[in-house]
Design a protein around this ligand. Sequence first.
Ligand code: SAM
Length: 271
Amino acid sequence: MADGPDLKAITAAQQRTWSDGDFSMVAAMITFVAENLTETLTILPDERVLDVACGSGNGAIAAARRSWGGAVGADFVPALLERGRERAAAERLEVEFVEADAQDLPFEDASFDVVMSIFGAMFAPDQERTAAELLRVTKPGGWIGMANWTPDGALADFFTILVKHTGGPPPGTVPPVLWGNEEHARKLFGDGIVGMRVERRVSRQIFRSPEHYLDFFRRYFGPMKMAFEKVGPEGAPALEADILAYLEKVNSDERALVLEPEYLQLVAVRA
Ligand SMILES: C[S@@+](CC[C@H](N)C(=O)[O-])C[C@H]1O[C@@H](n2cnc3c(N)ncnc32)[C@H](O)[C@@H]1O
């Protein structure tokens, strides 16, 4: 792979980006996605469940409420894992939080009955390797569940704005939102799965106004915070204007800012 992208360097840069801000504040707005995916996966008592790129643990915590025997969350941002530990302790739930890269999971082959990832594994730059890792750690006959933003949904436009202002995507990488395309996801899993069910859903987020959203995301959402740091004071007004225009365009309500970005929920059975 002499001319390929430097995936190690890209992953390290992404780790710094997700460490910026405090994603746990944003995660509080998408708990419903984890609850819905977990319900669809029909987790049973004592099943071993892994939430990959778990952030502050939405998926792992939802799973632990159903598995009784505990769950595992893995992410490459230690501060988010710490927030997950606090949340699990507050609910008296058994969740183990492990620092790990989704492309190189520190778990034995076939060690989980259910493996899930919510808007997480989709961001790892090596999509083939990530899919292979999700498959590797899932038991034959076990379930893999994902929630992925779609390429034709509002979140794809949002990421396009951030990328446009910060100098384009790393050369040679594919857009993370391709994971939200059913055919692409099927291709990534290949014959590692024997069946897949998908559903297009929306994740509703409500703010007082576009300015309220901008203020919140600039403070807590690493990729946005990093984008403003990259463009500096000279580039900030143009980035701000593009984000506000995007928010006005996708707002589905007149009384507040109501966002309903689409995502693909997929549930597959490991071969
Ligand atoms: C949009 S957040 C979603 C977090 C969580 N799944 C949730 O639903 O709240 C993306 C998460 O993926 C993690 N992440 C991104 N790339 C990763 C990688 N290569 N390995 C491990 N974690 C990764 C980030 O640290 C971040 O916590």
